[in-house]
Design a protein around this ligand. Structure first.
Ligand code: SAM
Length: 380
C-alpha cells in the first residue's frame, strides 16, 4: 500500500461506507450498555476510528497500525479524550502487542477492523486471531470488514506484466492466497480453446466478464509460464485484448478434434495476498474466515459477502484511491514512483476509465466480506 496519510485520509470513502455496516452491528449489540474498550486493528489515519468514537464517546477506543506515518497522522488529527492511537504490528506476539498498545489480556469488548485483514497472509492471520482471542473479554465480539473481490482488480494487476515494469515484479512468488489454487488438477482443452477446469466447478468472475471463448483468461496453461506472462505483458490496447490468449506458435494452436491434456494450470503471479484471478466461490471465501475464527476459539456469528458498488464522483477521486491503495509502489525505487503512477493511470484510463458510461463519475462493482465472531463465555 502507498501509505500517504494525507491522500489516504481523503480517499477512503469506500472504506468509510462499508465500515458503516459493522458499526451498525456494534451499535445494535451495545444498544443498552456501553462497551469499556474497543480496539481498531489497522486503523490507518484514524478517520474511521474517530467515526467509531462518535458512536461510543464514553468508550476507550484504541487504534492500532504498524505504519508510524499513519499513526502520527491519527495522533495529529483525531486523538482526543478516550481515543488513542499506537504503532504496533498486529501479527506480533501477544506480549509485545499488549505492551505496545496498552491493551491488557481479556479487557476488550469489541475488536473492530476495516480493510486491513485481507492484507495479512494466512499464517500471519492465525497469529492475529490468537491476539484477538487474547485481548477479548469472554462474550466479547469482533467485527471485521475486509475486501473480497473487485471487478477492477484484474485490470489493475495487468500493469505488473507490462514493460518496463514487469522486471520489478519478477521476484513475486505466487503468494499464499494463490498457492492453494495451484493444486487444481490438469485441465482438458478442446478444439475451440474453450478451457474448463476439471476440478473446479467455479468459473472465475474474470472469466465471466469475457465470455467469448478466445478472450477468457486461459492464457496461462503453458508449461512455460513465464513465457506466457511476457507475451501478455506486451499487449496494451483494450481490456479484451489485455486478457486475450496470445496467438502462439505451439502445438496448442493446431489442436485437432481429440482432447488434449495440458500439463498443469499455471496461475499468474499476483501482487496481493488475496486471489486476483480465479477467485474462490463465495462459500469457500466465507468458510475460510469462519475457520480462522474457529481455530482461534471464536464462534462465528455472521459471515457475509456483500455485493455492492461505489461511485467516485470524478476521475480525480478515483485516481486518488488508486494511488492511496497502490500496493505496487513498494516494489519500485522511489524515484520511479511518479513515472510508474503516470503509466498506471494511463493503463487504467485505457482499460477501465474510458469505458465507463457514467463519466465523469466512475462506478466500481466489488464485494466486501464482513465477519462477526464471539469469544465464548467459557474457554474451551
Ligand atoms: C487499507 S488501510 C485501512 C485503514 C482503515 N482501517 C480504513 O478502513 O480506512 C490498511 C491499514 O492496515 C495497516 N496494516 C497492515 N498490516 C498491518 C499489521 N500487520 N499490523 C498493523 N497494521 C497493519 C496498514 O498500515 C494500513 O494503514
Amino acid at each position: 500500500m502507498n501509505n500517504t496519510p494525507e491522500l489516504y485520509d481523503k480517499s477512503n470513502k469506500l472504506q468509510k461506507k462499508d465500515s458503516e455496516y459493522i458499526i451498525r452491528k456494534l451499535q445494535i449489540d451495545y444498544e443498552n450498555r456501553i462497551p469499556e474498550l474497543i480496539v481498531d486493528l489497522g486503523c490507518g489515519t484514524g478517520n474511521i476510528t474517530e467515526r467509531l468514537w462518535c458512536s461510543f464517546p464514553d468508550t476507550r477506543i484504541v487504534g492500532v497500525d504498524c505504519s508510524k506515518k499513519m499513526i502520527d497522522y491519527a495522533l495529529d488529527h483525531y486523538s482526543t479524550h478516550n481515543l488513542e492511537f499506537f504503532v504496533a504490528d498486529i501479527c506480533s506476539d501477544w506480549k509485545i502487542l499488549s505492551e505496545n498498545t496498552e491493551v491488557e489480556k481479556g479487557s476488550v469488548d469489541a475488536v473492530f477492523s476495516t480493510y486491513c485483514l485481507h492484507w495479512i497472509s494466512d499464517p500471519d492471520m492465525e497469529k492475529v486471531m490468537k491476539n484477538i482471542y487474547e485481548m477479548m473479554k469472554p462474550g466479547g465480539r469482533c467485527y471485521f470488514a475486509v475486501f473480497s473481490w473487485s471487478w477492477l482488480l484484474p485490470f489493475q494487476e495487468q500493469i505488473i506484466y507490462q514493460k518496463p515494469w514487469d522486471s520489478y515484479f519478477q521476484q513475486l512468488d505466487l503468494t499464499t492466497g494463490q498457492k492453494d489454487e495451484l493444486k487444481i488438477k490438469s485441465q482438458i482443452v478442446d478444439k475451440g480453446t474453450k478451457l474448463s477446469s476439471a476440478s473446479s466447478s467455479h468459473r472465475s468472475s474474470v472469466s465471466e466478464m469475457f465470455e467469448s471463448k478466445e478472450e477468457k483468461l486461459v492464457s496461462l496453461e503453458s508449461s512455460r509460464p513465464y513465457e506466457s506472462l511476457m507475451t501478455l505483458s506486451t499487449i496494451t490496447e483494450s481490456p479484451a485484448s489485455l486478457v486475450k490468449v496470445p496467438t502462439r506458435k505451439t502445438s496448442m494452436t493446431t489442436l485437432s478434434d481429440e482432447k488434449v491434456e495440458v500439463p498443469k494450470l499455471v496461475r499468474r503471479k499476483s501482487s496481493a495476498p488475496f486471489p486476483v484471478y480465479d477467485v474462490p466461490p463465495e462459500k469457500v471465501r466465507i468458510e475460510k474466515w469462519n475457520k480462522f475464527c474457529e481455530k482461534a476459539g471464536l464462534k462465528p456469528i455472521e459471515t457475509e459477502i456483500h455485493d455492492t458498488t461505489f461511485t467516485y464522483q470524478d476521475i480525480e477521486g478515483f485516481k486518488g484511491e488508486l494511488q492511496s491503495l497502490c500496493h505496487y509502489l513498494p516494489y519500485l525505487p522511489k524515484d520511479l514512483h511518479p513515472i510508474f503512477l503516470a503509466d498506471y493511470y494511463a493503463h487504467m484510463d485505457r482499460c477501465f476509465i474510458s469505458r465507463q458510461d457514467t463519466l465523469p463519475k466512475i462506478k466500481v462493482q466489488y464485494q466486501f466480506l464482513t465477519v462477526i465472531a464471539e469469544k465464548p463465555l467459557t474457554s474451551p
